[in-house]
Design a protein around this ligand. Structure first.
Ligand code: C2E
Ligand code: CA
Ligand code: CA
Length: 883
């Protein structure tokens, strides 16, 4: 080791100024020239000393650590800071100290961690070898961070500087962290702003935009470039006005008022498009202003609706209260009793009527009273005698278990009937209604009875009979018969007409009584209407059982009745039809009995007849005839034939009787005897008769002056009040002189409603028409009829004329009638004169006219014309019969 480090101060000075100019000299190798130079240095020593002192002070007071190493990795120079930074003394780093020793110290003292001495030395060598300045930071075991710079020197050594940057590092780290936090917050704020439902705007004190969010721009349709920071509030408002956000035209006013509001305020802004925006303004401490905008259109609408609903609710409430009152009133004024029970069959409520029906006091029907308690009260009131409360409650509960609507009638012990409905409620409770139907039931029974019974006799009527017959037929066992007896009284009409309706009614009651005595309990007697009765005889085994009863009925009803002290004799005919299980419907059985009755009456009164098959056939034939007859008039199938009648005093024809004929397309010429009775029965006689009248008048009007025409009238035609008008019209239309028309009526006309009939006869008479009594002697033949009306003519029935030669009775009648007529100044016509003897007799007996085949049969009108009238016209005189 040489004294090359002789002047420590000088070396230190050199290293500190400029590494490139410092020359570290080895005295042994230094050339002579350089030694001369040193001498020169020493000459300027006092100069250098001063500079060294300054450098020394500078190096020692450097903040950085500084050291210079030579190519052998030994310290050339190091300042105090260099040692101190690594926990060493200046002695530890004095010139000549090997780098290894320094590093070893650092590693062993824990200042260098995570590395080895060799590693550190190796890296150092590498850096120096690079020949360029390199920097690195190293973290110390004690947490400090030291920034190291290495500046290699051309001689293989290096200068290194060390600076403790721990504090700087820490500061910059915390700064970074703060920055990051700020950035995060910024981001969050941004997100919050953009995701706000409200629009948000902030202005600074100069009313310039600081920030606003998208929502704000969207609300007012502002473009992004219209809301850049710095834009004035005024400008933004202008844009909003320009977008037509406001309805107002006064933008000046709007602009003026926009900023001048109260300190903090919230107000509603109504936009032109109907939106409502709630604007909240907050003055900021820095003189700026924060505004939030919220579209509350929907909320406003909801609020309005809510208000509406609220009002509605209140209205409903009021209504409900009113309804409750009404309901209460209704409940207590109901005709029906009403009671409501809960699931435990405890009373919830009941009305006044309910209490009345069951005689319950208000105390007894308090809310919560059990069903059983109510029943007990009812029993105490004697309404449910013979039953225990348990029985009744059990029955009720069983009924209510089905949980469906139910209706039944409860019969109370006091005779009242209560109709009860049980209606389960949704909540498990029950509503019951109670109606006293006692009276209604009585009325119903009465109505039912009336519907099925004849009021006068109290007998079942046709409906009930039919019902019972149907049952009887359905029930009857094999071999059992049911007999239906139809009967109608003979001469009942006569009794009614002569003794009055009251007497008739009495008679009908007595008939009912007698019939009752004849039949068994199981049989049924019915009044079918008028003087018609029916008896249903059940459980008989043979037809003879029916005839026995029929015979007894006839016998019983034939014996005289005493009515109001008068002896009245009626009689009856009976038609019987037998029914058995297989034999037809009740209607059929009754119709058969009717047919049998019809036959019985036809066969002479006071008899019974069983229904026979031919009756049915006859009935069908009749029906066919009826159908044909209905078509005859519209089909113009009728014609009139005329039979002359002759005045016996002059032997001249005084007129012709019109006799109707039916020219049927299949049946041929049908005589009136076949169809007139049917036409009368079915009422068709009225139009047919009218046709005959008009036709006869029309024909007779063509005949010579004085020649009469006689037209037959049925009793049925007199029931039609239009008859007189028809005749008057026929006369007027034909121009026939009324005195030339003769109407032939029979006694039966006078039998019916004689008052009206007589009135009509007088009316006809007043027209100037002649009235003849036809078929005299066949009916009741009471001479008194002749006195009732002043007939113009009496026609003695053909039957008397026919028998006149053989029967003294007939001769006597002809004689009497002729005499009577002569006395009354009435003409008499003998009908059906077929022989000269007959003619002679009637002439001798004083008849004034004759009519019959002897002189002429009825002939068609043209025949009549040809045979009797042409001739007469030619001669201009009457037709002399005798000639
Ligand atoms: P009627 O009024 O007694 O008429 C006389 C009937 O005796 C006629 O029968 C006639 O042809 C018949 N006759 C006349 N002379 C003789 C005779 O010498 N010997 C016999 N055996 N018979 C003679 P017709 O034409 O068959 O009329 C039967 C009945 O029909 C009439 O009896 C009359 O009651 C009724 N009739 C006829 N035309 C009409 C009419 O237009 N209207 C109404 N309501 N009844 C009519
Ligand atoms: Ca006649
Ligand atoms: Ca006659």
């Amino acid at each position: 080791m040489t004294g090359s480090w002789e002047h420590r101060g000088r070396l230190r000075r050199l290293g500190g100024i400029c590494p490139a100019t410092v020359r570290i000299v080895d005295e042994r190798t230094r050339p002579a020239a350089s030694r001369q130079q040193d001498a020169r240095f020493l000459r300027d020593d006092h100069d250098l000393e001063a500079r060294n002192a300054i450098l020394d002070a500078a190096l020692s007071n450097m903040f950085q650590g500084l050291a210079m190493f030579d190519a052998h990795q030994r310290v050339v120079f190091a300042n105090d800071r260099f040692a101190q930074m690594y926990g060493q003394t200046p002695e530890d780093v004095r010139p000549g100290t090997p780098l290894r020793k320094i590093i070893e110290h650092r590693v062993s003292s824990g200042i260098y961690v995570g590395t080895t001495v060799d590693e550190v030395l190796r890296r150092m060598r590498e850096r120096v070898a690079r020949g360029t300045v390199s920097h690195m930071t190293a973290r110390m075991g004690d947490g400090r961070t030291i920034s190291v710079s290495i500046m290699p020197r051309p001689d293989g050594g290096w200068v290194t500087t060390h600076q403790d940057i721990t504090e700087r590092e820490r500061l910059s780290a915390s700064l970074e962290e703060q920055n990051a936090r700020l950035a995060d917050q910024h981001e969050l704020l941004d997100a919050a702003l953009e995701n706000m439902l409200q629009g948000l705007v902030m202005f600074d004190a100069e009313r310039k935009l600081v920030i606003c969010n998208m929502r704000f721009a969207d609300l007012y349709g502002l473009a992004p470039d219209q809301v850049v920071p710095g834009t004035t509030a005024q400008e933004i408002l202008q844009h909003r006005i320009g977008n037509g956000c406001f309805q107002v035209n006064d933008s000046e006013g709007l602009l003026a008022s926009a900023w001048d509001g109260e300190q903090n305020a919230t107000e509603l802004e109504e936009l032109a498009d109907g939106r409502v925006v709630s604007v909240a303004r907050i003055r900021l401490a820095n003189g700026g202003c924060l505004l939030t905008y919220e579209d509350v259109t929907e909320r406003q609408r909801l609020n309005a609706r809510l208000a509406d609903q609220h009002a509605l609710l209140r209205e409903h409430e009021a209504l409900l209260t009113a309804q409750n009152l009404q309901l209460d009133a209704a409940l207590n004024n109901m005709v029906q009793g009403l009671a409501m029970f809960d699931t435990q069959y405890r009373l919830v409520l009941c009305n006044r009527r309910y209490r009345e029906i069951y005689g319950l006091s208000a105390e007894q029907v308090k809310r919560g009273t059990t069903l059983r308690e109510i029943i007990e009260h009812r029993i105490a009131n004697g309404l449910d005698a013979n039953r225990t409360p348990d029985e009744i409650v059990d029955a009720m509960l069983r009924r209510r278990q089905d949980a469906s609507f139910e209706q039944f009638v409860s019969e109370l012990s006091d005779g009242r009937s209560i109709a009860i409905t049980v209606q389960p409620m949704a909540d498990g409770g029950t509503v019951t209604t109670h109606q006293d139907i006692t009276e209604q039931r009585r009325n119903e029974a009465k109505i039912t009875y009336m519907a099925l019974h004849d009021a006068l006799t109290g007998l079942p009527n046709r409906v009930l009979l039919n019902e019972r017959l149907e049952h009887a037929l359905a029930r009857s066992r094999r071999g059992e018969l049911v007999a239906a007896h139809m009967l109608d009284l003979d001469h009942f009409k006569h009794v009614n007409d002569t003794l009055g309706h009251a007497a008739g009614d009495k008679l009908l009651k007595m008939v009912a009584q007698r019939l009752r005595a004849l039949v068994r309990e199981t049989d049924t007697i019915a009044r079918m209407g008028g003087d018609e009765f029916a008896v249903m005889q059940v459980d008989i085994s043979q037809p003879a059982d029916a005839t026995t009863l029929a015979a007894r009925i006839i016998e019983e009803l034939s014996s005289p009745f005493e009515i109001d002290g008068q002896q009245v004799v009626v009689g009856t005919s009976v038609g019987i039809a037998l029914g058995a299980t297989a034999a037809g419907s009740p209607e059929e059985v009754m119709r058969n009995a009717d047919l049998a009755l019809y036959r019985a009456k036809g066969d002479g009164r006071g008899t019974y007849r069983f229904f026979e098959e031919e009756m049915d056939i006859a009935m069908r034939a009749r029906r066919d005839l009826e159908m044909d007859l209905r078509r005859a008039l519209p089909g113009s199938e009728f014609e009139l034939h005329y039979q002359p009648y002759v005045d016996l005093a002059t032997n001249e024809i005084s007129g012709f009787e019109a006799l109707i004929r039916w020219r049927h397309p299949v049946r041929g010429l049908v005589s009136p005897g076949t169809f007139i009775p049917l036409a009368e029965e079915i009422g068709l006689i009225v139009p047919i008769g009218e046709w005959a009248i008009r036709e006869a008048c029309r024909t007779a009007a063509q005949w010579p002056e004085g020649m009469r025409v006689a037209v037959n009238l049925s009793a049925a035609q007199f029931k039609n009040t239009g008859l007189v008008a028809v005749i008057a019209d026929a006369l007027a239309r034909s121009g026939l002189q009324p005195g030339r028309l003769e109407l032939e009526i029979t006694e039966t006309i006078l039998l019916q409603d004689s008052k009206d009939t007589l009135a009509m006869l007088y009316q006809l008479r007043s027209l100037g028409v002649r009235i003849a009594m036809d078929d005299f002697g066949t009916g009741y033949s009471s001479l008194s009829y002749l006195q009732r009306f002043p007939f113009d003519k009496i026609k003695i029935d053909r039957s008397f004329v026919k028998d006149i030669a053989e029967s003294a009775g007939s001769l006597n009648i002809v004689r009497a009638v002729a005499a009577l007529a002569q006395g009354l100044g009435i003409a008499t016509t003998a009908e059906g004169v077929e022989t000269r003897e007959q003619l002679a007799t009637i002439k001798a007996e004083g008849c004034s006219e004759m009519q019959g085949f002897l002189f002429s049969r009825p002939l068609p009108a043209d025949e009549i014309e040809r045979l009797f009238l042409t001739d007469r016209r030619d001669k201009g005189a009457g037709t002399n019969v005798a000639a």
